[in-house]
Design a protein around this ligand. Sequence first.
Ligand code: AQP
Length: 326
Amino acid sequence: MKISKRVLSGIQPTASMVHLGNYLGAMRHFLELSKESESLFCVVDLHALTTVKDSEALKNNCRSLTAAYLSIGLDPNAVTLFQQSHIPEVCELAWYLGCQLSSSTLEKAHAYKDAKASGRTVNAGTMYYPLLMAADILLYKATAIPVGADQKQHIEVARDIAQAFNFHFGDVFPLPEPLIPEEGAQVVGLDGRKMSKSYDNYIGLFEEPKKITKKIKSILTDSKTGEEKKDPESCAVFKLYRLFASAAETENLAERYREGGLGYGHAKLELAELVLAQIEPIQASWHDWMSRPDDMADLLKEGAAKARQIAGETLAETREKLGVGL
Ligand code: AQP
């Protein structure tokens, strides 16, 4: 079993665009990591089927996400950029891995429990989500998985499965480690909870600048007047600001919160200005890629060929260890 650092991560195409939580919690780090390690990034469309029930919407979401990966600066020649469903091997591996996993682990996963607690009917795909994610990671023998804090438990499931498999059949899978950023592990949304599509409290990375400003103006704060001293650490506006600002800018704003005399309205405008200035080039690049769907399709095809090479090797090794398909 060759263990070298191999980065892998994915995003679900469950919406027409990614949000700032996805960008700050995960995608921004993809770029840094891709410069120093072999990296694979994936449009996780099979996972998205747990919620998306409209084929046209799914196709559009996949295009938007592919454009997002490219617009943040990932170089398709340097990384492997692919779509999960282009690699059918992942479903076969998920079955083999599922046979090494206790069903109670899936029942205890927080995403599944949250979905059940919401009172909605929960499909089996939602329950198997961590299993398919483990297959995604282990198929490519990835060792470093950049994710937001909400995904930590899923990486632990992948580790447990890898350990169980290696114990029974011999070493095949290196143990993956989550890479959770110190800043941005849990980006807050407009209402102060985790920024999330399900809570509808998000700012889309590619939304119109006017809409982004309007959303920032609607961020929930306490009712302190402009004159009153404020606690930056408990304010969603400040928490978002620090994710875009330099250390000096962050300290400067924190100081003005503590001193009093700074209204939330003003802080929101400073935040909007900073966000828009930083995402402007990403938005421009995204619009450009979105006008070139055929180029994106070609890039995904090339990515799938590279990914499939690794997938085929891992699957052959796995089948041999299990004694199937021989
Ligand atoms: N608020 C967040 N803060 C930090 N990281 C976040 N991520 C998502 N929201 C935040 C990270 O983004 C990556 C892709 O996640 P995903 O495709 O699984 O999307 P998600 O977590 O399902 O996003 P939502 O908005 O929370 O979707 P719903 O509401 O549908 O569940 C992951 O690395 C994730 O940690």
